[in-house]
Design a protein around this ligand. Structure first.
Ligand code: FES
Ligand SMILES: [Fe+2]
Length: 454
């Protein structure tokens, strides 16, 4: 079993905000971007337009879907051949389906006849064929078109299969990407996160329970709220009762959530816990991507609170041990694949967070609680017990995030200064601008080549 002391990756280390801004200016002077005087100030929340304008929203989803691997669900949601569900992102609906060989395919939910969707958006089911209700064109589970009626003699059936969407499955987690060309490098995404995920063996697990929230707020406000715990003391009595107070100041929203001086205040306890955990043969570490990174990943193993084995209301175990754990180490693993996809794994159960932008002022959050595949409800785990802390916390988050959106829509709103416990948001807003600018500049370059060719 691998062991390690704390490791901070330096490949894309967090930059000091002032430096990040300079670097951005220098490298993007020729980019085809239209930020103009709306370029956000470093260390402040974004200008109003970023949270309320549908034009910005369209730019966001285009960039995000093409540049990020979107975590859509756990494989246990489609356990056997023919099981499928759809996932919607921006203007795209994707069908995720298990074929006869047990592999998972992803197709754009668009009939190759005249473009109707095949499966109702937001639905799931089991089928032998994917059939369009409009004129009954039918596709097998690998997207191949079956012979349609009354087509011209020279019709090429093979050239009219469903359009594949980029898909990867890792440790039981299904990811898709909506890039038109090559997808981002999945191995790079997973590389530094592997030792964290390997501990929990999510491929040997199942979803015990899922819950959905629809939040009337821009997706970036939801992300920002998730990336800081400055609000926790006022908003989350249940959550703060379960977590060490000093830990919440330093690592309240995971790796990189506070600035270095604040984080250092927890260093002695962190080192002590890491030594105890490493002595048990269990891995510990920290990964924090910076403002110029491709994915804005973060991962860390952090103790919950003295005497707490798991993230339940009283700290007692919520289910049977998972993965490589043979005893409780009191730690919790956070793994963010990007700003909208996070796994929080205790020793005995894990949570999968999936934020999806729905509209400028609407975001969907789906959380799935994951337990060992052999765990039996009512015997090994109780849904109420494992879900209580976060179900309560996310209800509270919905309220405060919607209130944040309402206030931002006022003519009096001005970007505000982030606290030292909101370092990860300061980084996120800079990352977002950098990524958007880079993506739009690359897309503009692609278009130039296409125009030149024709
Ligand atoms: S649009 Fe699907 S069969 Fe015609
Ligand atoms: Fe919160």
């Amino acid at each position: 079993m691998p062991t390690s002391t704390t490791t901070i990756t330096t490949a894309a280390k967090p930059a000091k905000p002032a430096k990040a801004a300079q670097a951005t200016k220098a490298t993007t002077a020729t980019a085809n971007s239209e930020f103009g005087n709306l370029r956000p100030a470093v260390g402040r929340s974004l200008p109003q337009e970023y949270y309320v304008s549908s034009e910005w929203f369209q730019r966001d989803v285009k960039m995000y879907g093409a540049t990020q691997w979107l975590l859509v669900d756990h494989v246990s949601k489609i356990p056997s051949a023919g099981d499928w569900f759809t996932y919607e992102f921006g203007s795209n609906s994707i069908i995720v389906v298990r074929n006869k060989e047990g592999e998972i395919n992803a197709f754009y939910n668009v009939c190759r006849h005249r473009g109707s969707i095949l499966c109702a958006e937001g639905s799931a089911g089991k089928t032998k064929t994917l059939t369009c209700a409009y004129h009954s064109w039918s596709y097998d589970l690998d997207g191949n078109l079956r012979p349609p009626r009354s087509m011209p003699e020279d019709f090429d059936k093979k050239a009219n299969g469903l359009v594949r969407c980029h898909i990867r499955v890792y440790d039981g987690l299904i990811f898709i990407n909506l890039a038109k060309g090559n997808p981002p490098d999945f191995d790079v995404l997973i590389g530094d996160l592997k030792p964290f995920l390997d501990l929990h063996e999510l491929q040997n697990a199942k979803v015990a329970y899922s819950k959905k929230w629809i939040i009337d707020a821009n997706w970036k406000l939801n992300v920002e709220n998730f990336l800081e715990c400055y609000h926790c003391r006022a908003a989350h009595p249940t959550y703060t009762a379960v977590h060490d107070a000093m830990k919440l100041l330093s690592f309240g929203a995971g790796a990189g959530s506070s600035d270095k001086a604040v984080t250092n205040s927890f260093e002695a306890r962190m080192k002590e816990w890491e030594a105890e955990t490493n002595a048990k043969g269990i891995f510990t570490g920290i990964v924090v991507d910076g403002v110029d990174s491709d994915f804005f990943r973060a991962a860390a193993r952090i103790p919950i609170k003295d005497g707490y084995k798991s993230e339940t209301r009283d700290g007692t175990p919520g289910s049977t041990l998972m993965g490589k754990f043979r005893e409780f180490d009191g730690g919790q693993t956070g793994v963010s694949f990007n700003a909208t996809a996070t796994i929080i794994a205790n020793n005995d159960f894990a949570l999968m967070f999936r934020y999806t932008p729905i509209d400028t002022l609407k975001t969907e959050l789906v959380v799935s609680w994951i337990v060992h595949k052999d765990a039996v409800e009512g015997q090994d785990y109780d849904v109420e017990k494992i879900s209580a802390v976060w179900a309560i916390t996310l209800d509270e988050d919905k309220t405060i995030t919607q209130n944040n959106q309402k206030g931002i829509q006022s003519t009096a709103y001005q970007p505000g200064v982030y606290s030292t416990q909101e370092q990860r948001i300061a980084d996120f807003t800079q990352w977002y601008i950098n990524r958007l600018e880079r993506f739009e500049s690359e897309t503009a370059a692609d278009n130039t080549i296409l125009i030149a060719k024709h």
